[in-house]
Write a protein that binds this ligand. Sequence first.
Ligand code: NAP
Ligand code: MG
Length: 489
Amino acid sequence: MSKTNSFSLHFETDWKYADAPESRDHIDLKEQYELFINGQFQKCSSAKYFDSINPANETFLAKIAEANREDIDQAVKSAKSALAQWQKLQAKERAKYIFRIARLIQERAREFSVIETLDGGKPIKESRDIDIPLAAAHFFYYAGWADKLEYAFPGKSVKPIGVVAQIIPWNFPLLMAAWKIAPAIACGNTVVLKPAETTSLTALKLAELIQDAGLPPGVVNIVTGAGETGAELVNHPDIDKIAFTGSTEVGKLIQKSVAGRNVKTTLELGGKAANIIFKDAPIEQAVEGIINGIFFNQGHVCCAGSRLFIEESIEKEVLEKLKWRLETLSVGDPMDKNTDIGAINSKQQLDTIKKYIKIAKEEGLKGFESNQSIPKKGFYCKPTIFTGVSQSSRLAQEEIFGPVLVVQTFRTIDEVIEKANNTPYGLSAGVWTDKGSKAFNLSSRLKAGVVWANTFNKFDPTSPFGGFKESGFGREGGLQGLDAYLKMD
Ligand code: NAP
Ligand code: MG
């Protein structure tokens, strides 16, 4: 039974979609957003704006400024001129601003959750319970480190790097902004951040909040635009560091453009994680972990458990349970608090997912999808599972970034490790087993930056995150996340 189009999330007022004027008032969404440079919102020199829409119903949300080379130059200059004052402040004073940002996010969590869901299509229960609280947690965590850097790296003299260019994707908009901004400014750097084109709104709300927190002008600048804006930022001669999260394709372009320049770079790129289930695993719990691993955030997750490896003797049991669970997932309006799978972020991404489903059919793969109906307007994809997938299938090798799971089986540990490691990526993996020794054995042999045991998609500001191979390099989160923003002697 589909729960599409029921509005069961009620805040103080009974508002529905953001394009209704009264609902816009309640979430304080402007018609038009400008660039945030040197502590002020200012018009873009291009005088060009693009629309941000709600992917759940294709309605207009706001106009967003498109920054060009001149705007990027101003933003970088503003970050550069703010450096001296920001670094002169005592570290504990810098920390106070970051704590203030964290507290303000908590205070406005409801508004941020709603805007994140309207702009990006993710279920409100995920924005509310995961994205926004975790974003605040990142600011709290790195605020705590700001005046303890010498203890974090004993015996070393640490200095900020300078002006940091940060580029983020559309799948966790506010959370990725927090992952990037919090450690950078805690270490004494200043920032120019570019959000993704389809999901700029919570970054712009963060800019308003940063103004309210009284952060010195220029410490954080937020410039919106498309890929060209990102490229202008990457190519600016006065940046000292690039932190990029996005596709492997763009990551490679960035690496080329920094070749020969003195620009420290960290790249968090794509993934194709193996989620491995052994016959000794707690099966019910593992099935929940498989569902969460691939269908959380519509599968728009770089570390999604998109390849399932089932030990051969339990294949039938696991697939039956998965089929049953698939039917219970509620697909539809992201603003309904009961929705499990919301809208695909954009038409472009929906087309990419459909392309892979077509390839699967051409390859003759067997599969099943949920029988639920999906809304006619908006971008939606039914959760889908393909079984009996071979290692050479494009669906087993390429990142789909949607609610599509591919299933393979295995007989031995060596076999599954070889298959799991046999992709260009190496971001994350999951192991489900009752045996601790098996979990430890696999976690050291899987070439993945994060290996979860008997859980999946768990994030915490204290733990480092990052990839091997074409999933990128550098770590975010934890102590290692500070290292990316410091020079050390
Ligand atoms: P994307 O196309 O690479 O875009 C990422 C960001 O880069 C966006 O802000 C984009 O702007 C900008 N950009 C595009 N072309 C650029 C260029 N030539 N130079 C500089 N910046 C440029 O990736 P996406 O489609 O937004 O995100 C999905 C990808 O991100 C997936 O591959 C996913 O695995 C990866 N991801 C990785 C992690 C991780 O931690 N490893 C986390 C989340 C996502 P526009 O939006 O305006 O095009
Ligand atoms: Mg949008």
